[in-house]
Design a protein around this ligand. Structure first.
Ligand code: FAD
Length: 478
């Protein structure tokens, strides 16, 4: 019988009994209050139903659970910390899915100093991996605001980015090997620690960024890097958005490519940080656009602060920046980063938001920002764009905040027309409608509209080959 056939209530009851026998009372929960936090997404946009919450304790249990799900035709929604921003870890409304949360599989299996690798289970919290790396005098660079609760399995499945992509790449670039339970219940042991392995297709890449649609990641081998010895952090007022790509090239060269963050902060965002959290912009010059720049080095004999200071001095002379400030202490550095965080946290206090997570080539950023901004203003001048993010990677969070005096529901009813404007501008600049947050449920229709038919067909073929019964995370991505 095909898994796509919906299981009856009786079959679901049998499945619940069999899953409890397999995983024990601690490993399989059905109480509504236990399920409640897992059936809605972090932003509260999506709400689903599930017939259980499975918490496998090891890979063998996870594999047996997948086989059981096949037998009873119960679909699987893999879940990590449930911090995803695209509704990819939220079940649908059928109540015929089981959520498989990996939080009990949270062991750091090993740290290999000579090889500069760490082997971790999928349920490890990202911050715990960073700490384990620190304890070994190494650096694990994946870093994002949700790092205290997101899990590495979720990070890999969303190919997470964050604040250090500029130098170290995203989750994909940091991965050497994976262990995955495939939809047929077999375990793919691809936990390579090798940096060179050309024995056919690089299968792990299929599961990274697949948002749980192709299998369940149970463990990973990740790259470590030398510990950072010194940091230099600056806030600068840009002369204009056109200067951003030029300044990026300048700072990269001057710091011997040790630039790790290059974050765009708009005037509106800094105003919100001040309004809601009293986080004050210390620059005297009011500019439409600021940049938070950080360089860091593992070399103890390289004066990274001097290198950044010099390049900012040259940028001032070249008219690329109007003002700038280098953090002189760790406290001041934290205050500068607090501006960035407060700006993000302030958004819900301003009402509803229609959010986009886009990427365009770095050189195209000024033109994209201008043309998308103009198109939105032409639609409705009361819309409030808040455009910020990882400009060094070409990744902007292009959020539109609820206009003052307009009801949230009325504003949100315009989501589709606003998405069309922003995403069409992205497409016109050969960009991506999801730089780091994934497709999930949120952007599925837009993916179907904008991704090439050839690419979509290839994705569907891969999905069908690995998961012919559509067992894993149905209704997500494609
Ligand atoms: P979940 O949300 O639980 O799941 C995400 C996806 O991964 C789902 O499709 C799920 O099915 C799948 N999945 C989870 N675990 C597994 C597994 N073991 N095997 C197979 N599939 C699995 N993201 C960024 O990239 N950069 C940022 O800077 C960033 N900042 C954020 C800031 C805040 C405040 C918040 C709330 C989120 C932010 N995010 C960011 C988004 C989010 O934190 C990331 O997408 C993160 O990688 C999700 O991890 P998670 O463990 O919470 O996964």
């Amino acid at each position: 019988m095909a898994v796509s056939d919906t299981p009856s209530d009786e079959q679901i009851a049998h499945f619940q009994k069999a899953a409890t026998d397999l995983l024990g009372a601690k490993g399989f929960l059905i109480a509504p209050d236990m399920l409640a936090p897992h059936v809605k997404d972090w932003r509260g946009i999506f709400l689903g139903r599930a017939c259980g919450l499975a918490l496998p304790a090891n890979t063998a249990e996870a594999a047996s659970l997948v086989k059981l799900c096949r037998e009873y035709r119960v679909s699987i929604v893999p879940q990590g910390g449930n911090t995803g921003l695209s509704g990819a870890a939220t079940p649908d409304q059928s109540g015929r899915s089981v959520i498989v949360n990996m939080r009990r599989m949270n062991r750091i299996r090993s740290v290999d100093i000579a090889n500069d690798t760490i082997m971790v289970e999928a349920g490890c919290i990202l911050a715990d991996i960073q700490n384990a790396a620190n304890e070994a005098d190494r650096f694990f660079p994946l870093s994002l605001a949700a790092e205290g609760s997101c899990q590495i399995g979720g990070n890999l499945s969303t190919n997470a980015g964050g604040i250090n992509v500029l130098k170290y790449g995203n989750a994909r670039d940091l991965t050497l090997g994976l262990e995955v339970v495939l939809p047929d219940g077999s375990v793919l042991d691809d936990l390579d620690t090798l940096r060179k392995d050309n024995t056919g297709y690089d299968l792990k890449q299929l599961f990274i960024g697949a948002e749980g649609t192709l299998g369940l990641i149970t463990a990973a081998t990740l790259k470590l890097f030398p510990a950072l010895r010194a940091r230099a952090t600056a806030l600068v007022a840009l002369a204009g958005i056109d200067a951003a790509p030029k300044l990026l090239t300048r700072c990269r060269a001057a710091t011997a490519d040790q630039l790790i963050s290059f974050e765009l902060l708009p005037r509106f965002g800094l105003e919100l940080a001040q309004r809601h959290f009293s986080a004050r912009n210390p620059l005297e010059t009011a500019a439409d656009w600021c940049l938070l720049i950080e360089a860091a080095t593992p070399a103890s004999d390289f004066d990274i602060t001097l290198a950044l200071e010099r390049s900012l001095g040259e940028a001032l002379e070249a008219g690329e920046i109007a003002d700038g400030l280098l953090a002189e202490s760790e406290t001041q550095r934290r205050e500068l980063w607090r501006l960035r965080e407060a700006m993000v946290e302030a958004q819900p206090r301003e009402g509803a938001g229609i959010k986009h997570d886009i990427a365009v080539p770095v050189a195209a950023i000024p033109d994209f920002v201008r043309s998308a901004g103009a198109a939105l203003a032409a639609l409705d001048p009361t819309l409030r764009p808040l455009i910020f993010g990882h400009v060094g990677d070409g990744n902007l969070h292009f959020n539109i905040l609820q206009p003052v005096g307009i009801e949230a529901a009325a504003f949100q009813s315009r989501t589709t027309e606003i998405n069309l404007i922003v995403h069409d501008k992205v497409a016109a600049h050969r960009g991506s409608i999801s730089a780091e947050h994934g497709i999930g449920q949120l952007r599925r229709a837009e993916l179907a509209r904008l991704k090439s038919p050839v690419a979509l067909a290839a994705m569907r073929q891969i999905k069908h080959t690995l998961d012919p019964d559509n067992l894993f995370n149905p209704g997500k991505v494609i």
